[in-house]
Structure formats: C-alpha cells, structure tokens
Design a protein around this ligand. Structure first.
Ligand SMILES: NC(=O)C1=CN([C@@H]2O[C@H](COP(=O)(O)OP(=O)(O)OC[C@H]3O[C@@H](n4cnc5c(N)ncnc54)[C@H](OP(=O)(O)O)[C@@H]3O)[C@@H](O)[C@H]2O)C=CC1
Ligand SMILES: O=C(CO)COP(=O)(O)O
Length: 330
C-alpha cells in the first residue's frame, strides 16, 4: 500500500513510522523545507528527539509528490491548519483515495470537526475517516501496546484503516460513529487543560478524578445531543483518551494547563510547551456547540474564563464548587 502522511510533527512522524513498519510505502510531507532537510540529514524526527525514521521512507516538502498515486492519505497537521491543508491538497486528491484525519479539534467559525472540514472542502463523496483514542506518539514509537478506534460513516473505509494501521502493538477497533469520536477527541483536550490547572494549583487526586468524571459527563452530553453514541463516549475516543490526556506526562494539553495553574499566562504556557495545544483552540468552539445544542458545559465554561477572560484558575474552581445543588442522575 502507498501512503502519504501530511504533517511532519510528532504524530505524523509516529504514524508514518508505524505504517512504514507495517509494510506500507510511506511519503511524509512537512510544510517547512528546512525542517524536512534537517530530518533528511539527521534521519531523526524533529519533534521526537532520538526517534529515527526508517531509511526506506521518503521525506518531502513537495505536496504533489506526497499525494499522487497514494492509496491512503493521513492528515496530521494541527487542527487549525486542516482547512488550509485541505484546500492545498484538493487539486491532487484522486477519486478512490482514502483520507484519514488524525487531528483533534473543532473549527471556531464553522463549528465543524476535522472530518466535517475535509468533507466541506473536498465534497461529500470524499472517502473520509478518522483515527483516534489514547495514543501518545512518544509511546507509539516505542511499540508500547496502544488501542485506538478507526471511524468512518462508511464501514468499508473504517475497515480499510483498521487493516492499514493495525499490528501486534497497535490494536484498532472500527466504528461508524464519527460524531462521537471527533467530539470526544476535541473536548477531552479542553478538560485536560482543566486537569492540568488543577495539578498546577497543587490540588489532589480527588480533584483530578472529579474533573475526569464530570468532564466525560459534559463531553457525552454534547456528543449525544449531536447524534453520537454512548458506546463511543465510554470507549477509546471518549473516556480512554480523556484519561490519558488528563494524566499522562506526555500530554501537551495537561502540561499547558499545569503551567497556567502555576501562574503563567495562557500564551506563555503554550510557548513553553513547544508543541500544539489543541484544547486552547477548541475551547470557544466547544462552548458555542454547547449553546447551539443547549447543553450545559460548566467545566469547559470555566476553562474559557481562564483562557480568554483572565480569570484566576483558583476562582474558576471556586465557581465550579459553588454551583447550585444538583442530582448526579439528573
Ligand atoms: N502527538 C500525539 O501524541 C498525538 C497528536 N494528535 C493530534 O495530531 C495533530 C498534530 O499534532 P502533533 O503532530 O502532535 O503536533 P506537533 O506540535 O508535534 O507538530 C505539529 C506539526 O505541524 C506543523 N504545522 C504547523 N502549522 C502547519 C501548517 N499550517 N501546515 C502544515 N503543517 C503545519 C508544525 O510545523 P512547525 O514546526 O513549522 O510549527 C509541526 O511540524 C493534533 O491535532 C493532535 O491533537 C493525536 C493523537 C496523538
Ligand atoms: O490526543 C493526544 C493523545 O491521544 C495528544 O494530545 P495531548 O498531548 O494533549 O494529550
């Protein structure tokens, strides 16, 4: 199988390595020529120091050569670059090519998820799918057992992705619930910012467990209102990814939240993380979706207050604790 991986950050590199090792012929595209030339010279992934790229894999900054004649295109750019990337690839995308989004986020203006953006730009006939779940690049490149879900409204596309990505260390389930998967993937990043803030404030395991539990309640309520399925929200792309992102030392969203909890301004926290912090870009969109579908998202609301209205994280926690009395089963 011939594969083009679009986006040479940590996730693009990790999946390109995995697919090449699975027997695919992979071409990895990055948008900065100097970054690709550096990786070509060193043989090392730029964003994952010490991780070597297979010699047989090709690296390019020429988009057309990454796309033409490929069976599968994997889109691994930051979610804020998905629309511009989809516009760039549009002239080259071939009729039967399968496109797989591995990015996580909601577009602020359109409130579309990643597959939604791809279909918006490339048309409803495009064969679009998504790969998601608890899967930090740092662990995938080490071959540590990882389990994810491949989703597409077309089950044949989901099964194609399962076959392409699955190996003895990387187990892939299929699903047709793209909405549940993508809302889970995007909102867990916002909740992970809150979990990080809690760590940064020096709060304990009780607080973290509460944020994860009430967080999945918020994510599920919105996803279900949008047509997602409960099994997805209790599955890998919902609860699974929320747990890993709220607790892992590899999580960029948790790390950024922790720095904010320790007193850094959000912009400075993002700069210190050096990698994409998707929750910051999806926070406003998540809140807007909550309003649109009339779903209450109190944690996400407070994350927005801290990120965009200079509210002290300690006061944000206080606001959550002092909300009106409620029943858990309501
Ligand atoms: N890392 C992980 O473990 C996982 C990541 N993901 C998701 O994958 C997506 C990519 O994240 P990840 O690889 O980790 O991010 P990184 O921060 O590691 O890398 C992002 C890459 O995208 C490049 N980039 C920035 N802007 C553009 C653009 N406009 N067009 C093309 N490329 C661009 C960056 O280049 P530059 O250096 O120039 O900024 C960089 O090479 C995110 O949505 C993330 O949520 C999903 C699962 C796991
Ligand atoms: O989505 C991811 C892991 O599944 C990566 O995002 P974080 O680095 O914020 O956890």
């Amino acid at each position: 199988m011939k594969v083009g991986v679009i986006g040479a950050g940590s996730w693009g590199c990790a999946l390109a390595i995995l697919l090449q090792n699975n027997g695919c012929q992979v071409s990895l595209w990055g948008h900065r020529r100097e970054q690709i030339e550096k990786m070509q010279a060193s043989g090392e992934c730029d964003k994952l120091p010490g991780v070597m790229l297979p010699k047989e894999m090709s690296l390019t900054w020429d988009l057309s050569s990454c796309l033409l004649g490929k069976d599968l295109l994997v889109l691994a750019v930051p979610s804020t670059a998905t629309r511009e990337t989809a516009e760039k690839i549009k002239p080259y995308v071939e009729k039967n090519q399968i496109l797989c989004s591995v990015s996580k986020g909601i577009e602020e203006d359109s409130l579309l998820t990643q597959c939604g953006i791809l279909e918006d730009v490339l048309g409803k006939d495009a064969k679009v799918g998504v790969l998601s779940g608890p899967s930090h690049a740092e662990e995938v490149v080490k071959g540590l057992p990882t389990v994810v879900v491949a989703g597409s409204r077309d089950i044949a596309v989901a099964e194609f992705l399962q076959n392409a990505f699955m190996n003895e260390n990387f187990r892939v389930y299929t699903s047709t619930d793209v909405t549940g998967i993508e809302i889970g993937a995007s909102l867990k990043n916002v909740i992970a910012l809150a979990a990080g803030m809690s760590d940064g404030l020096g709060y304990g395991d009780n607080t973290k467990a509460a944020l994860i539990t009430r967080g999945i309640k918020e994510i599920s309520s919105l996803a279900l209102a949008m047509g997602g399925l409960p099994q997805t929200l209790s599955g890998l792309a919902g609860t699974g990814d929320l747990i890993v992102t709220c607790s892992s030392r590899h999580s960029r969203n948790r790390k950024a939240g922790m720095l904010i909890g320790q007193g850094l301004r959000p912009k400075d926290a993002m700069d210190q993380v050096h990698m994409v912090v998707e929750g910051v870009y999806s926070a406003k969109a998540a809140l807007a979706l909550g309003k649109k579908y009339q779903v209450s998202l109190p944690i996400i609301e407070q994350v927005n207050e801290v990120l965009f209205h200079d509210v002290d994280p300690r006061l944000a926690v206080r606001s959550l604790m002092e909300r009106d009395k409620k029943s858990e089963i309501a």
